[in-house]
Design a protein around this ligand. Structure first.
Ligand SMILES: [Zn+2]
Length: 262
């Protein structure tokens, strides 16, 4: 499932191919994909607009359009964007960009969402998000202050987008493994020193994962799995931690090492 590194790589892949192009037509193949916005509204708002820029905020993709509008896409579990190829059985929405070029939103499980908003609405929708991990706002002190006010389990604290934007199931578990923090441990029980270690672990995991994702997404159509990045803990029992355990937190699997993580 796409987290910050995958979304970053997808933005990097589509941006040069679509920026500066005009949307000639919009095809909403499955109405669910734009809910609560009506498919006709998506088509009416986007058609004829020029694509100005592509950027990422947390796990959101924002495609800026002429006239102060923007397309917001959240890929959720299985969403993906392609700039080449033809619509397939899993294509939910696609944009004709002229000269045979298209932007396709594919999503086998159909949990992702796409809608057109004004820039002001986008700001409001994304206002709840915490700082970007690579921004100057995301400091050890920020994490310490946020953790002090929260009784959430460490894993759920990290995947809650209001503390830091962009982490999901895989990279949250990986950062906790590197910082040797138990995923179920209440964050307000962690010392400032351990939270500073966690801050560093988040950045190192994401830095490596962004690098890997950019390789994996270089060629459009590649799968969404974190093929290049090899998580030490997620879903496996590697060396030297042979006894990786799985627990379920808020309905999602968390993997951890009961020996290393306290
Ligand atoms: Zn271990």
């Amino acid at each position: 499932m796409p987290e910050l590194p995958e979304v970053e790589a997808i933005c990097g892949m589509i941006s040069p191919a679509i920026t500066g192009r005009t949307i000639k037509a919009v095809h909403v193949v499955r109405a669910l994909a734009t809910r609560p916005q009506a498919p006709a509204a998506v088509a009416r708002l986007a058609t004829g607009r020029k694509i100005r820029a592509v950027h990422r905020r947390g796990k959101n993709i924002v495609i800026g359009l002429s006239g102060g509008l923007a397309i917001r896409i959240h890929l959720r579990m299985t969403g993906h964007l392609h700039v080449d190829g033809k619509p397939s059985a899993s294509t939910r929405v696609w944009f004709e960009l002229g000269r045979g070029r298209a932007l396709l939103f594919d999503d086998p499980r159909a949990l992702g969402r796409l809608a057109v908003h004004t820039e002001a609405e986008i700001q409001r929708l994304l206002a709840e998000l915490g700082p970007e991990p690579f921004s100057p706002e995301f400091t050890p002190q920020w994490l310490i202050e946020e953790a002090r006010r929260s009784r959430q389990a460490a894993k759920l604290f990290l995947t809650d987008q209001k503390h830091v934007a962009g982490l999901g199931n895989i990279y949250a578990a990986e950062a906790l493994f590197r910082a040797r923090i138990h995923p179920a441990r209440p964050v307000n029980s962690l010392s400032p020193a351990r939270l500073a270690t966690l801050h560093g672990a988040i950045l190192s995991v994401l830095r490596e994962a962004v690098k890997s994702a950019k390789i994996a997404y270089k060629y459009p159509g590649k799968s969404l799995e974190t093929e290049e990045f090899a998580p030490a803990v997620y879903g496996r029992g590697g060396e030297p931690c042979r006894a990786i355990r799985r627990i379920v937190q808020a309905g999602r699997s968390t993997y951890y090492c009961p020996k290393c993580q306290r």
